[in-house]
Design a protein around this ligand. Structure first.
Ligand SMILES: O=c1ccn([C@@H]2O[C@H](COP(=O)(O)OP(=O)(O)O[C@H]3O[C@H](CO)[C@@H](O)[C@H](O)[C@H]3O)[C@@H](O)[C@H]2O)c(=O)[nH]1
Length: 436
């Protein structure tokens, strides 16, 4: 049961494909709303993953951004009953439920029906840990989340995390933070905890989570579509052909996420800055693609959507300007591409810091804490030129770090690697006949 959003459905489907590839006789029912079946129903998938739907009981995707707290709340309150009705209709008994933590109610369903539940977290383990410690602090001090305004420190949390929580509290709707914390509080009722991360990406955090929770913690990631990289239809996409005609490492790939947009003024500065920089770029701009196309001239290609992992793995792509959604970051890590970070929402400031300060495979475009401030086209041009330039020592350094992390990633998902072993351990523990 994924949360209905691109950044959640994709990793959940990738997780299911990984499970199906390692256990041929598994049968997976992937539950989506009727609206989401329309978006992903015809995507290729193995025969042992089946779609089932629940009615459109939540607001449609096109209204999501206008009232995200309302949408988030609807997922947590309206989907549980139709999900249970669906369970009653299924022919085969369910041996395990994998539920996105952010649907909140899957552990309740599992407990009532005596079905083991694996909760799946689609952000980083570091963000999970930050929310966990904040939730604990609030519970223990009987305070409301606006206590983040006054506190200097919280046990188990770095001062950067406290600052990032403050940013989330101010910039995003506090109701979203409150609901996310509520979801985290359900984790002790689950039987397993799954992450789309690799143990080696956030080793101390995973150690501490294993000490906190009395249940198996499995980092199985990255849950990105690497199994399908070699596949594809015969027709080559025009943007891949365009990339074929560019020089190695010369193209900056830009994507600012699947559902939030930046202000028009900031967008104008980004377009202006790219033009001045002289760097070639491929920009995924969804609804804004046609407006941007007219203004980008012949240095850039603007498309509404692309096969992102294929693009990041293309040899012509030398950098990624990202809004820091966790899936996009994992794809860049897998591809060994350094990042320019431009966080906009919830976990993205923490992700940006992880890239810039912990991993060293990227630079910031905007300062996380002062994200409201406009970044001018002059600053953008200078940064992009420096970032993509082949010669500078600092540029070489982030590219070296990106390759190092890529190697760690490849080892983790290869046979005998930590993520592959965790997938097998999870499969074995939910297989019939095992004692949960
Ligand atoms: O042209 C495109 C653009 C995006 N994608 C895919 O869309 C997904 C986007 O996911 P992500 O990068 O995580 O961004 P969001 O959709 O914005 O993710 C939401 O969910 C994430 C996981 O919970 C959070 O980290 C983010 O902050 C939150 O905005 C990824 O799988 C991309 O590969 C494409 O395939 N083609």
């Amino acid at each position: 049961m994924p949360f209905p959003g691109r950044g959640h459905i994709n990793p959940m489907m990738n997780l299911c494909k990984l499970l199906a590839s390692r256990k041929k006789d598994i049968l997976i029912t992937f539950v989506v709303t009727e609206e989401w079946l329309g978006y992903i129903g015809s995507d290729p998938k193995p025969h042992n993953i089946l779609f089932e739907t629940i009615p459109n009981v939540i607001p449609p995707e096109r209204l999501k951004t206008a009232n995200f707290p309302g949408f988030y709340n609807a997922v947590m309150t309206k989907m549980e009953a139709p999900f249970e009705q669906l369970l009653d209709r299924l022919e085969l008994p369910v041996t395990a439920i994998i539920g996105d933590i952010e649907v909140r109610w899957s552990t309740g369903v599992g407990t009532r029906r005596n079905i083991p539940v694996a909760l799946f977290w689609t952000m980083s383990a570091s963000v999970f840990s930050m929310f966990h410690h904040f939730e604990l602090h609030i519970k223990q001090s009987h305070a409301k989340i606006d206590l983040i305004e006054q506190v200097e420190s919280i046990a188990g949390m770095s001062s950067s995390n406290v600052e990032e929580l403050r940013t989330i509290f101010h910039r995003d709707d506090p109701r979203v933070l409150e609901l996310a914390l509520d979801c985290i509080s359900t984790v002790p009722q689950a039987q397993y905890l799954l992450f789309t991360s690799a143990n080696e990406f956030e080793p101390q955090v995973f150690d501490s989570l294993r000490a906190i929770y009395n249940l198996p913690v499995y980092p199985i990631g990255p849950a990105i579509p690497y199994l399908e990289l070699g596949e594809g239809s015969c027709e080559t996409k025009s943007y891949l052909q365009w990339l074929d005609s560019q020089q190695t490492g010369s193209v900056l790939y830009i994507s600012l996420g699947s559902f939030l947009s930046v202000s028009n003024t900031q967008m104008d500065e980004i377009v202006g800055g790219l033009q001045i920089s002289g760097v070639r770029y491929l920009w995924v701009a969804r609804g804004e693609a046609s407006r941007l196309k007219d203004r980008c001239g012949d240095m850039g290609l603007v498309v509404p959507w692309c096969d992102q992992l294929k693009v990041l793995c293309h040899p012509s792509v030398g950098g990624f300007w990202t809004h820091c959604g966790w899936n996009s970051i994992l794809e860049a890590v897998f591809a060994g591409v350094p990042m320019l970070t431009f966080p906009l929402f919830l976990d993205q400031d923490t992700n940006s810091r992880q890239i810039v300060e912990d991993w060293g495979n990227g630079w910031r475009v905007n300062d996380a804490v002062k994200a409201e401030k406009l970044v001018t086209k002059e600053n953008i041009a200078e940064l992009v030129r420096r970032f993509m330039g082949a010669e500078s020592d600092e540029g070489k350094q982030i590219r070296r770090k990106a390759k190092l992390l890529q190697n760690i990633c490849v080892v983790a998902i290869s046979e005998g690697g930590s993520s592959a072993a965790n997938l097998d351990a999870f499969i074995s523990s939910i297989s019939p006949g095992k004692d949960h």
